[in-house]
Design a protein around this ligand. Structure first.
Ligand code: NAI
Length: 331
């Protein structure tokens, strides 16, 4: 039998946390033969609720679940973790300035970076979910210099999965037959959902999505806007954030990263830019990646048309602005 892996979930008493921990305990994140120990962190006002989640994890009798730590102590939470899913953060409240929200999250991610650096397993893989996800991940990277850059990522897989879902509905095909969409850039409304290279598996082999849709306008307008604004649409409908799909996509992100992407498939991940596709190095930017043996690599050589170029640059520009706002909060 495999040794258990320790998985940290911060903000575990929240909406996404509540959906995510049972998925991890059922093997959706690391596979059906990988035992896990779940470390849950939240802040003191949520300590009682967090303990309630721990009680439910015990009550659900998950065979893969070898232990649960529920704590408000960041050191205890980070101790020896192999995977860290950072869902905790400070939400934007009505009337709050962008800078104030950024400032709160910068201080949270700076502190948690130091704790991870000191106490997590040396090869710990980090996924930041909490918004502003890309910039929180960048701050985490900057303040955990001993964790390799390649191990710090942010979640854009939900946007990627949303794009697959929209194409499957438009073409009336099963979502499992659609692949290779791309989310470029920031996990925000400037992200660029790109279906130019996406394909559908049909009885006549793989067909390009733009050829099947046959309506360039839909792909350039409604498709992009729907994916970009899907988070807001869910909040409007549920009065709560998209917890189920965020949790499921977080499992997809880690599973593909650790266990590998299927041959011929890529996925979108927010990763530390190396300058690929002319995106400035030193940003956490969402790219198409393939994963093998626990390492992601950016898919190279895709043709980028003028429309795409403009959208990819616009979202990079927003990330540069977020980065300087974050740095101004550090001083
Ligand atoms: P929530 O408000 O229900 O839960 C957040 C939890 O974080 C709360 O329990 C809170 O007490 C905790 N928390 C706050 N500060 C903390 C700290 N310093 N350390 C540990 N825990 C802390 O929010 P929800 O709906 O679960 O969303 C969580 C985050 O994920 C939000 O920032 C949201 O915007 C983001 N999100 C990101 C998505 C993505 O695709 N990247 C999709 C959906 C949401």
């Amino acid at each position: 039998a495999k040794n258990p892996l320790k998985v940290l979930v911060t903000g575990a008493a929240g909406q996404i946390g509540y959906a995510l921990v049972p998925m991890i305990a059922r093997g959706a994140m690391l596979g059906p033969d990988q035992p896990v120990i779940i470390h849950m962190l939240d802040i003191s006002p949520a300590a009682e609720a967090l303990n309630g989640v721990k009680m439910e994890l015990v009550d659900a009798s998950f065979p893969l679940l070898k232990g649960v730590v529920a704590t408000t102590d960041v050191v205890e939470a980070c101790n020896g973790v192999n995977i860290a899913v950072m869902v905790g953060g400070f939400p934007r409240k009505e009337g709050m300035e962008r800078k104030d929200v950024m400032s709160k999250n910068v201080s949270i991610y700076k502190a948690q970076a130091s704790a991870l650096e000191k106490h997590a397993a040396p090869d710990c893989k980090v996924l930041v979910v909490a918004n502003p996800a890309n910039t929180n991940a960048l701050i985490l990277k900057e303040f955990a210099p001993s964790i390799p850059d390649k191990n710090i990522t942010c979640l854009t897989r939900l946007d990627h999965n949303r794009a697959l879902g929209q194409i499957s509905e438009k073409l009336n095909v099963h979502v499992g037959d659609v692949k290779n969409v791309i989310i470029w850039g920031n996990h925000s409304s400037t992200q660029y959902p790109d279906a130019n290279h996406a394909t559908v598996n049909t009885v006549n082999g793989d067909k390009l999505v733009p050829d099947l849709v046959g309506d360039d306008k839909w792909l350039k307008t409604e498709f992009i806007a729907t994916v970009q604004q899907r988070g807001a649409a869910i909040i409007k409908a549920r009065k709560l954030s998209s917890a189920l799909s965020a949790a499921s996509s977080a499992c997809d992100h880690i599973r593909d990263w650790v266990l590998g992407t299927p041959k011929g498939n890529w996925v979108s991940m927010g990763v530390y830019s190396d300058g690929s596709y002319g995106i400035p190095a030193g940003l956490i930017y969402s790219f198409p990646v393939t994963c093998d043996k626990g390492e992601w690599s950016i898919v190279q050589g895709l043709k980028i048309d003028e429309f795409s170029r403009e959208k990819m640059d616009a979202t990079a520009k927003e990330l540069m602005e977020e980065k300087s706002l974050a740095y101004s909060c550090l001083n």
